[in-house]
Ligand binder design. Sequence first.
Ligand code: PGA
Length: 249
Amino acid sequence: MRKPIIAGNWKMHKNNVEAEDFVKSFQPQISDIDNVEVVLCAPFTTLGHLISVTANTNIRIAAQNMHWEDSGAFTGEVAPGMLKSIDCKYVVLGHSERRQYFAETDEAVNKKLKAALKANLTPIACIGEQLEDREQGKTEAVIKQQFEVGFAGLTSEEMAKTVIAYEPVWAIGTGKTATSQQAEEVCAYIRKLIEEGFGSETAQQVRIQYGGSVKSANVKELMEQPNIDGALVGGASLEPDSFAQIVKF
Ligand code: PGA
C-alpha cells in the first residue's frame, strides 16, 4: 500500500514568523492524521526554524531546490549535505518554475535526483507538459522524455524512494485544474513508464502526486484515482485552514 503524500509548496512565501504562525494554526487541525504524509516545502531561510517548530509532530519539511555537488564555488547554491545537516528530509526537484525561470534541464534534474538519493533525502521530482504540448497531442512524448532523461541511471530501490509530482504546467497557479480523469491518465502513464524501466514491483511502490490548482473542492476526487497518491499544492497551501482541509480530504 502506498501512503498518500500531500505537500504544500510555499514557493517564495513566508518568513520565519509567518511560517511559525502557520504551524501554530495548522498543526492542531491535522495532529491526528496518520494515514497521510504531510509535508511543507519552504524557502531555505525558514527551513531550520520550521524543522525545530515541527519537531515531534506529523509535519515533515522539504526544501524547494538544491545543487547536485557536495560543495564548491557555486555562489548562491545549497548542497544536499547542508540540507541533511539541518535534518531536512525531503527536497522538491525540477519544479516547472525552476525549469522556466532558471533554465533547469532534465539533465540537471537527473544530477540533482541522484545527489539527493545519495544523501538520503526523499526527492519530490516534478514533471509535466506545457499547454501547447497538450494541444498538439504531445503530452505522453514530453512526459516520456522528462522521465527517461530525468530518472536515468537510478536503481530500482532509488526509484521506489522517489516521489513523482505530475504537474501540468498549464494548471499551475491558473485555477485550471486538470480533470481528475486527465490527471489519472497521465499518472497511469507515468506508472507504466516506471514499470517498463524498473519493473512492476517498483512501479507499485512509487508515489505519484498530482499538482496544479489543487484545492479543498477538488482534492477528494483527485485522490480517489487509482494512480494518484498525493498532491503538490501551491496557492491553497499558504493558508492553514485551507491546507488543513486538503490534508483531511
Ligand atoms: P498551484 O501550484 O497549486 O498554485 O497551482 C502548484 C505547484 O506549483 O506546485
